[in-house]
Design a protein around this ligand. Sequence first.
Ligand SMILES: Cc1cc2nc3c(=O)[nH]c(=O)nc-3n(C[C@H](O)[C@H](O)[C@H](O)COP(=O)(O)O)c2cc1C
Length: 214
Amino acid sequence: MSVISVTSRELADMPRAERALLINSLPGYKTGMLVGTCDAQGQTNLAIISSQVHLGSNPPLLAMILRPTSGQSERHTLGNILETRCWTLNGFTLDRAAQAHQTSAPYPKTQSEFDACGLEEEWLPAFAAPFVKDAPLQIGCVLREHQPLAINGTHMVIGEVQRLHYPEAARRTDGALALDAMGLVAIAGLDTYTQPDKGLRFAPADTETAPAAL
Ligand SMILES: Cc1cc2nc3c(=O)[nH]c(=O)nc-3n(C[C@H](O)[C@H](O)[C@H](O)COP(=O)(O)O)c2cc1C
């Protein structure tokens, strides 16, 4: 098998779009999430964001990395989160991948991606951000910390999970969620949507015994 080796000089000299696609591929498969927000006037927004990170379980914290508004593009998700301090994360199935991908188009602030991409809003009691109706996994987060990152001007927003909705059939007896049972999509790079199967599972590893399949 021939191998390509890329130096940091070659990365720096690469055309911008090609470098973005290459580097975006490196973190591997990530769960695809549609982030629902609204501004203080109630204008809703939906954007696909794949940079979700588990920060801790007690308190239950999820973080994501958002690009800010720049000269070329407005970023509504970050502005809305800083304004209303909450957002929703909505998993989706492969039959909705095209609609989910379309939310990454640069719609103006006055046009909600829910309408533009044919996804329905769902408002749940006492939560000030819209969920995607019929999403197999719905998570409501409130802002706990916001860290602008000096290294490249992106922002880390850290949310505490305050709402959680999923089908009973997806709950395993040990408490974990069977993501395959919900048909959740995983994303590679900026353009590939795939549905993983249940894969292999193992009991917690220890130094004395061989891996035990579950
Ligand atoms: C597969 C995929 C994953 C993306 N992940 C992120 C991400 O993690 N962070 C981010 O800032 N933008 C990400 N984007 C880009 C946003 O979806 C895009 O900029 C969108 O227009 C932002 O919408 P907004 O202005 O309504 O917030 C991703 C795009 C695609 C297609």
